[in-house]
Design a protein around this ligand. Sequence first.
Ligand SMILES: Nc1ncnc2c1ncn2[C@@H]1O[C@H](COP(=O)(O)OP(=O)(O)OP(=O)(O)O)[C@@H](O)[C@H]1O
Ligand SMILES: [Mg+2]
Length: 511
Amino acid sequence: MTKETIIGIDLGTTNSCAAYVDGYKDGNPNVRLIPYKGGDYTIPSIFAVDDKGNELIGYEAKRQWQLNARNTIYGAKRLVGRTATSDIVETMKRVVQYGVKPSADNKEVLIEVAKREMSLQEVSARILNKIRDVASNHLRTPIHKAVVTVPAYFSDRQRQSVKEAGKLVGLEVVRIINEPTSAALAYGVGKHLNQKVCIFDLGGGTFDVSVIEIRDQVFEVKATGGDIFLGGIDFDNAMIHYVLREFQTKTGIDLSTDPVAMQRIKDLAERTKMDLSSREEAPFNIPFITMTPQGQPLNIEMKFSRKLLEQLTGELIERTLKILQKVLHDSGLSTHDIDEVMLVGGQTRMPIVQDKLTKYFGKPPSKGVHPDEAVAIGAALYAFSLQDDTNLKLQLLDVIPMAIGLEKADGNLHIVFPRNAPIPNAKQIIGTTSADNQAELIMRIWQGDHEVADKNEQLGEFTFSGIRQGPSGAVRVEITFDVNVEGILTMRAQDPDTKNELTTTVRVTQS
Ligand SMILES: Nc1ncnc2c1ncn2[C@@H]1O[C@H](COP(=O)(O)OP(=O)(O)OP(=O)(O)O)[C@@H](O)[C@H]1O
Ligand SMILES: [Mg+2]
């Protein structure tokens, strides 16, 4: 075998899944999911360190979670590549049992596990490595390359972070693609379609919507949007907070500071939430959750109805619908133009989500893709199209999810690429010096849709040095912004008069 298999990986917030293409079947690529122990096709995206210092990943980590909540890391994906703004760190602290803190330079979020500090990138790297090991064993050949999916709404830095995570464990992430785009590939490859589809992806941690036009092998994203802090975990949290409130009203005891109790509540909340997708009511009982000051054991004995769950999470569902409306508006299409609505992500199994979409589009969502597997299948197809031995030629025309721009003197954002600008994409701007013999030019670049620059995410402070000497305003600098097919920005600068390249250095810090 001379060719090297490139696998597709859906690195999910709660579950990850991998797939590959095993030749052709009836003229189409034959996609296979990679099974884990026990035959499951998904693996929990959980990392833990046990009391002996062993690292556990996937099911092993999930199994011991209740007893070792402080050293069990889940939801890493939401924080990877995020600047440690106090907002994010505080939000996370409220909802996770492990330690979260900003790094000394505020550049990233660190977690504390087994008295060690780790970056989220390292945690993601461990999970990628595990998936790669399972795939290598299954395929009986070492795997070195993968296409990895990310939420469409991931920023440049978050994308870079996932690539870096692969590098840490010697896995080359040959291409990052967007999860909804990947799901569209799973749906459309080999079908010779001419359709406009809407992908509604509500997973464990993130929410994405994309409107995509499929013309046979061409997949053109018209608009995308989302929220990387909106997913099943938030539905669980709405239930958990309700349970805590009720318990406190009844007993005066606040369970939120007891990690073991919290973990037990969290487990049952998620299971009950899933049950309520197929039944109207479910009991919510946890024996011996705590003790009274007098040493009397206390239980949680409650009941949840589907209605109550819908009330507690109504605001979250409204947020998804608002984003959907905005994306459809950005795409320039109306609900009638959409041929199929595709549901992706486990949380779309909630009946009210499907009802709301049916109402909005005037027709029920399609059953054309598997909500848990579509993203990995699409990634495998795309990976196959990049392999040497392939006839599959796919064209992905994607967009950036948020504007990219530079900070002006007044602190506002000068937009270089608007939201939904197609990628790959390059733009040039010309700057001039503002002092005599100015040797360098510093530019702060941000990504986001807020008009005030520092209300967005900083992509970096770029310094262009080696500028030719000359009086103020007389020397020009031509700066090129390049966003590649993966939505990752690089910048370079040259003197347009001498054509000399300037030296570019980048520093990432949040002011
Ligand atoms: N039957 C169900 N009803 C309601 N929610 C469900 C059901 N099955 C799974 N979920 C929820 O779906 C979420 C997991 O979905 P999924 O595996 O698609 O997420 P992910 O790919 O890991 O996350 P993301 O795509 O956000 O990174 C969990 O929050 C889970 O509780
Ligand atoms: Mg997902």
